[in-house]
Ligand binder design. Structure first.
Ligand SMILES: *[C@@H]1O[C@H](CO)[C@@H](O)[C@H](O)[C@H]1NC(C)=O
Ligand SMILES: *[C@@H]1O[C@H](CO)[C@@H](O)[C@H](O)[C@H]1NC(C)=O
Length: 442
């Protein structure tokens, strides 16, 4: 009894310590999207070197190999996926986006689709005068069909909803979840985004967290449904200022963690970033991400903003710099994203989502257990990337991050990630955690 309890707990708590997932946003397919849900097609910059923009594939390969990152978020606009109509996914545009998706999956990481539309289409709110819930659910049904059997593709229903009726938005998300579960063959992790631009800072005060937590799977469970959090550290939570004025610990991530723990739910911080040059951000961003790791039972991970097609003039530029065949991470990424990912936390709880010891296993499936172990590298039969480069109507006009340079460059840096102890983070967490657990029982 005693020993078997220990063994069972040890097996369930296979990953202890820091968050199970951590990684980077690979931006570009959403460039030009406004908070009105207007997303022009001529301002996007797919982060694909083959199309003349940032080398998202190379960046992800580096982040996974050299930094052990195991999740990437791949923003894209609804308009791009459907080529500007509310309706069927456009084959050519999807094939281009899927090039990035397949490059991501090839690293063995989780790869998140983010529909970067602020709960809107050209000014109209989903389910509230804009696209209907059925149309929103249809978009997700199509995407869930494309990646039906690959549980390494995660679905973030929407980027940063804001200024809408919360009850109505919960219904929109419920419609999308129900549609995804009907279309998929393995159970995907779905992120439920809330009000106020998904701000973790108003998760409790605006009540959006508890409201979104009422969304369920068709069987009534909440398996693989995560609360989706965003947070910045500047004066208005926009990420548009070079300096940081808050660390989001005592007033945000600790109380949200307490709520999640009490209610047996987990969340992921899918977008957070800080000015890469200001000393205030080195203090606050590190403190925030350390706190996330210290609450790794309820926070599944954090994803920094941003690499991809960003360029070196962007104040939140975390793109690694390529010199020859060597990639060098920028100092902010080294210190506050990568470096803090060895902070000890409680590890995954028995009731929560637990990945395997490598941190990159498919989650258990509530839909089809037999196929939940599909390899990360295997692409779904219906999503095989087209090897031909399709025309996307992309031009190199203005972007939110400055000039349309071909590759992204971080600030010049001599710090190389290769010297830090990123090698065996998972296994050391497992060992130390197991010993602590054993000590508790003995
Ligand atoms: C959060 O959203 C609600 C509903 O739109 C709004 O009333 C409230 O002012 C927002 N709070 C903040 C801090 O933005
Ligand atoms: C589970 O997946 C397998 C392989 O994709 C498929 O043949 C089978 O029909 C699925 N079962 C259910 C219940 O969906």
């Amino acid at each position: 009894m005693f020993l078997s309890s220990l063994l069972i707990l040890g097996a369930v708590r296979a990953v202890l310590g820091k968050t199970q997932l951590y990684g980077m946003n690979i931006a570009g397919f959403e460039f030009g999207c406004l908070i009105t849900g207007d997303c022009p097609l001529d301002t996007i910059q797919p982060p694909l070197a083959s199309l003349g923009f940032g080398d998202g594939a190379g960046q992800m390969a580096h982040f996974a190999k050299d930094d052990s990152m195991n999740i990437f978020r791949l923003p894209v606009s609804w308009q791009y996926l459907t080529n500007n109509v509310i309706g069927p996914i456009d084959d050519a545009n999807f094939a281009t986006y899927d090039l990035l998706m397949q490059a991501c999956l090839k690293t063995g990481a989780y790869c998140m689709i983010d529909i970067h539309n602020f709960a809107r289409w050209n000014g109209g709110i989903i389910g509230q005068g804009g696209p209907t819930n059925d149309q929103f659910a249809d978009l997700w049904s199509q995407l869930a069909t494309k990646y039906a059997d690959n549980a390494f593709v995660m679905f973030e229903l929407m980027n940063e909803p804001h200024d809408l009726d919360l009850t109505g938005w919960v219904a929109s998300c419920q419609a999308a979840v129900t549609a995804i579960r009907a279309a998929e063959k393995v159970s995907h992790i779905i992120l439920l985004p809330g009000e106020n631009f998904s701000s973790a800072g108003t998760f409790l005060s605006a009540g959006w967290g508890p409201a979104l937590a009422t969304v369920t799977n068709p069987d009534g469970s909440t398996t693989n449904l995560l609360l989706d959090l965003h947070k910045y550290l500047d004066v208005d939570n926009s990420g548009d200022h070079p300096n940081c004025v808050m660390d989001n610990v005592a007033d945000t991530f600790e109380p949200v963690a307490a709520w999640l723990r009490l209610n047996k739910r987990q969340a992921i911080l899918s977008e957070t970033g800080a000015g890469v040059s200001d000393q205030s951000c080195f203090v606050d961003f590190c403190a925030q991400n350390t706190c996330i790791n210290q609450n790794s039972d309820v926070y599944l991970g954090y994803i920094a903003w941003a690499a991809g097609s960003v360029d070196s003039s962007y104040m939140l530029d975390l793109a690694p710099v390529e010199t020859g065949t060597t990639w060098t991470d920028v100092p902010m990424a080294v210190k506050c994203v990568i470096g803090v990912w060895d902070t000890d936390g409680p590890g995954a709880p028995a009731w929560g989502l637990t990945l395997n010891a490598d941190g990159i296993a498919a989650p258990s499936s509530t839909v089809n257990v037999t196929s939940s172990t599909s390899s990360a590298a295997s692409s779904s039969t219906s999503s095989t990337a087209s090897s031909t480069t399709t025309s996307t109507g992309i031009t190199t006009s203005t972007t939110k991050s400055g000039s349309a340079t071909q590759t992204s460059h971080g600030p010049s840096s001599t710090q190389s990630k290769t010297s830090s102890a990123s090698g065996a983070k998972m296994t050391s967490g497992f060992t130390v955690g197991s010993l602590i657990l054993a000590a508790l029982f003995l």
